[in-house]
Design a protein around this ligand. Structure first.
Ligand code: NOJ
Length: 759
């Protein structure tokens, strides 16, 4: 009898779930019939996302995963690598569990899979949307070839506090650029067809405002006005969802006193009712149970709150799995709320085509042939080179000649395992290309390379250990700092030029890698000082996942190339730029302060009633510090090239723009140097008078162009009412008539100005 019943059930489920969903109603019906068969426990099982335990970021509450899958108590798994391992788990779900519902497999595919691209902050500095989309496409291709169908990316949290370690995982400080990148990433991951075997469902994170953690301390309280949320922080999430992202992750932080994971205003009023999002919401890692520590109830209470607020899936806590039945019996929640969450998870599995073929992403042959291929690695090399930002190049010290003797010195010079940077769980760290290897590849026998480490990452061994976890050691040298340094100086004195590879380690930024002192660590700076004192020219190759305080470096070193963490091919890419095979074109997407006390510092600030304006610093009773000027060392949008560009005055097609008209702005950009190069032409506006105060500058458009030496190109932008609109005091998105300034230039400060009136 029992076997007959299960036979019937299997028949109904298969009939209900096979064949591609053609319309949402046919999917709805299939889900209806499937859900009609599900027990309450099985429904709660769909809401459960335990970690597979291979790469965890906290304490896993789950155990006996296989048994749970068999009982129908698991909706998906994450951070499990390889087709074999994934197939094994999927097999349990679709062969041993009662209803045979396939699992969804997620992973932090953040900036590439095995082939890694620059960390997101670096990637954003390419300002190249096609390129960024292509990196996400390639990441999806590789990860899906290896069994994954869901990625926890893009991270679109706006960040303006360089102390926060996770600034490295996002696209910087700007709302408009961040939104454009969010869209490009989603398009790249998801393609046109989520059920294709080479696409991933995107999970936008961390909703919301995670990047505004107080004091740059990870997971910390966020307290923000609606004005700022709507105008600055929320648009990138919305842009990613409008681009079709299938899921979104609730952030760890609280908003208005309620953790995002249980914040009904956020997860229902804004996300569902205002924005019309139809996908599913997953918590962050242990985000549900962490609300006990936040102090808003015990596990049962916080789980009920999360469900009520609109959370659909619980990552790791198992609060929804283990407490909702009790809450239901007690009348604290209702079954419709559980059904809704369960339906959303099943819908996602339908979209991914898992009901058609649960092994759709489990093709061993693809795993062998499509991952970490020479072609993918060659592309990653190109992308990395495009992400580097040339911060200083006095007397055209760069590019270097491919001859003579070059001293390569620094703790990051021969450190293949650091090159991919943070959140690169799937990559082959030891096959990444170090700078030393890259220089050898590019120079061959044409030049002599002398190498020495020169210093440890930090004098403090414990700090260095904390900043080199996950086996990403920098092989600490136990000798005293001056001995390590002297060894390097002996080499440096023999060289024609010194390349100093210093900065942060890969994990000196990223999750729980906040820093209060964001300079190059002192022992490395001592090395730099000693290298400069040799009198040889020193090129600083800076590895970092955040803006650092580079005031001393800017004043004392002739050339600085910021290479972030460029990914698996970083070393080759850096050598490409150092020796002039590639002309750098990256532009900063976050401001580099001169002092940590200036944080938060960002170009799109508001004016005070007492702006310093053109007045001299220091001026009493105006907005300025006593001890440091208001300027950054390097502003948003800044980055040099081996060539130079000039801009004509911007020309507008009209002086008065009607509300329903568009405005065309054109500018001639000329490559005035002797090398071909690429330039990011940036357009900013200022709304001079508003019903609420408006930023002194806002990026509204940009174009990246290639110009041959001596070539001139006309660049044209079009603005419409939407580009001039903002959220007013009633949170209505409107454009207000009045005068606007338009600025065009190669960074946020070096610009040419024009004006128009909106009528
Ligand atoms: C915690 C991180 O905050 C999040 O970004 C990540 O996706 C999850 N862990 C899963 O690994």
């Amino acid at each position: 009898m029992k076997s007959l019943l299960s036979f019937l059930i299997i028949g109904v489920v298969l009939a209900a779930c096979t064949a591609s969903p053609k319309s949402s109603t046919s999917v709805d019906k299939k889900i209806d019939s499937l859900m009609a068969l599900m027990t309450l426990e099985e429904k709660l099982g769909q809401l459960n996302l335990p970690s597979a335990g291979q790469f965890t970021t906290g304490e896993a509450a789950s155990s006996d995963i296989a048994l749970k899958i068999e009982k129908g108590l698991v909706g998906g798994l994450f951070n499990i690598k390889s087709v074999a391992a994934i197939r094994e788990m999927q097999q349990i779900a679709v062969e041993k569990s009662r209803l045979k519902i396939p699992l969804i497999f997620g992973m932090d595919v953040i900036h590439g899979y095995e082939t890694t691209f620059p960390i997101p902050l670096g990637l954003s500095c390419t300002w190249n949307m096609e390129l960024i989309e292509a990196t996400a496409r390639m990441a999806a291709q590789e990860a899906s070839a290896d069994g994954i169908n869901w990625t926890f990316s893009p991270m679109v949290d706006l960040a303006r506090d360089a102390r926060w370690g996770r600034i490295s995982e996002g696209s910087g400080e700007d709302t408009y650029l961040g939104s454009e990148i969010a869209k490009a990433m989603v398009r790249g991951y998801q393609g046109n067809d989520l059920s294709a075997s080479n696409t991933l469902m995107s999970c936008v994170k961390h909703f919301a405002l995670y990047g505004a953690a107080e004091a740059g301390l990870d997971y910390n309280t966020v307290d923000m006005s609606y004005h700022r949320m709507y105008n600055e922080y929320l648009p990138p999430y919305k842009a990613a969802l409008d681009a079709g992202a299938g899921s979104i992750m609730a952030s760890f932080n609280e908003i208005n006193g309620i953790p995002a994971t249980a914040n009904k205003w956020l997860l229902t009023d804004v996300l569902r009712n205002e924005w019309g999002f139809r996908g599913f919401v997953v918590s962050d890692y242990t985000g549900v149970m962490e609300m006990v520590e936040h102090g808003i109830g015990d596990l049962q209470e916080v789980s009920a709150k999360a469900l009520e607020a609109g959370l659909d899936m619980d990552m790791v806590s198992e609060g929804l799995l283990t407490t909702l039945e009790k809450s239901l019996k007690e009348g604290r929640i209702n079954e419709a709320q559980i059904n809704l969450a369960c339906r959303r998870i099943l819908e996602a599995k339908f979209k991914l085509g898992l009901f058609d073929d649960p092994y759709r992403y489990c093709d061993e042959n693809r795993a062998k042939t499509e991952v970490f291929t020479p072609a993918n690695r060659a592309f990653a090399r190109k992308v990395a080179a495009e992400s580097f930002v040339l911060l200083k190049n006095q007397n055209s010290l760069l590019p270097l000649k491919k001859t003579g003797t070059i001293a390569l010195i620094g703790p990051l010079a021969d450190a293949a395992n650091q090159m991919s940077g943070t959140w690169s769980v799937a990559t082959r760290h030891h096959e990444s290309v170090s700078l030393l290897k890259g220089m050898q590849n590019v120079l061959g026998s044409n030049a002599r390379i002398l190498y020495a480490k020169g210093s440890n990452l930090d004098e403090d061994a414990q700090l260095e250990a904390n900043a080199t976890p996950f086996g990403k050691t920098l092989n600490r040298d136990p000798r005293p700092a001056n001995v390590i340094r002297e060894e390097a100086l002996r080499i440096a004195r023999q060289a024609d030029v010194i390349v100093a590879a210093v900065g942060e380690s890969a994990e000196m930024n990223g999750e729980t890698a906040s820093r209060v002192d964001i300079g190059i660590p002192e022992t490395q700076r001592d090395l730099l000082k000693a290298l400069v004192a040799t009198g040889k020219p020193v090129v600083l190759v800076l590895f970092t996942g955040r803006p650092l305080i580079l005031r001393w470096e800017h004043e004392n070193l002739p050339a600085i190339l910021n290479v972030w963490f460029g990914g698996s091919e970083a070393g080759d890419a850096i050598a490409d730029v150092l020796f002039g095979d590639v002309n750098p074109s990256g532009k900063l997407t976050t401001t580099f302060p001169q002092h940590i006390g200036q944080i938060p510092i960002y170009y799109a600030r508001k004016n005070t009633g007492r702006p310093l304006g053109q007045k001299k610093w220091f001026t009493k009773f105006l907005t300025n510090y006593l001890d440091v000027s208001n300027e950054p060392v390097y502003p948003f949008g800044y980055g040099l090239s081996f060539t130079t560009f000039t801009y004509s005055e911007p020309l507008l097609d009209k002086a008065v723009m009607g509300m329903n008209e568009s405005l065309t702005i054109s500018v001639d950009v000329t490559n005035t140097g002797s090398r071909d190069g690429a330039e990011v032409v940036q357009l900013y506006i200022r709304d001079l008078v508003g019903s609420v105060t408006r930023p002194v500058k806002e990026l509204k458009a940009f174009k990246k162009i290639n110009l041959k030496a001596g070539e001139k190109q006309k660049v044209t932008f079009t603005l419409t009412k939407d580009d001039l609109s903002f959220y007013n005091a009633d949170l209505q998105f409107i454009a207000e008539p009045g005068e606007f300034h338009v600025y065009v230039g190669g960074d946020s400060q070096q610009v040419k100005q024009a004006s128009f009136t909106l009528k």
